[in-house]
Design a protein. Structure first.
Length: 144
């Protein structure tokens, strides 16, 4: 059982809003330096798929077979570096005066939307693996 159509629409809207905000941060202020973050959009998933094999961490299945924890640690290091540069790169550009603080705000708002779409994806997948009804029963399920 996978992600439902409604959940897929939510993911598409949040990811689309995040990318739109990042592109608007470049277009409105006529400065394309913040667009370097789009390179991180392409690079960030690579450590996950190379070192974790697209599987969850608990299963321990990695692309580079074997039970070596070195690859797992290196993959987490690369993933953390990519995600840190996702926020850090625009902040450094703003601090250096290359982009305006307003463009930084657009970039960080876009990053928040993109991070939230990733978190929602993980939540939707875990809900579908655990039975599919978690989080859909309203507020009554939050306190039980």
């Amino acid at each position: 059982m996978g992600v439902s159509d409604d959940q897929l629409a939510i993911l598409a809207v949040t990811l689309g809003c995040g990318l739109l905000l990042q592109i608007l941060g470049c277009v409105i202020y006529a400065n394309w330096w913040p667009f370097l973050v789009m390179v991180v959009n392409v690079i960030a998933p690579l450590p996950y798929f190379l070192f974790f094999g697209g599987q969850s961490h608990s299963e321990g299945e990695m692309f580079f077979a074997g039970n070596s924890r070195g690859f797992l640690g290196f993959g987490k290091f690369l993933l953390g570096g990519c995600l840190t540069s996702y926020v850090g790169l625009p902040a450094i550009l703003a601090h250096a005066g290359v982009i305006t603080p307003e463009a930084l705000a657009f970039e960080l708002a876009g990053a928040a939307f993109i991070f939230s779409s990733g978190a929602l994806y993980v939540k939707f997948i875990s809900d579908s693996r655990s039975g599919g009804s978690a989080g859909t029963s309203g507020s009554a399920g939050l306190y039980t």
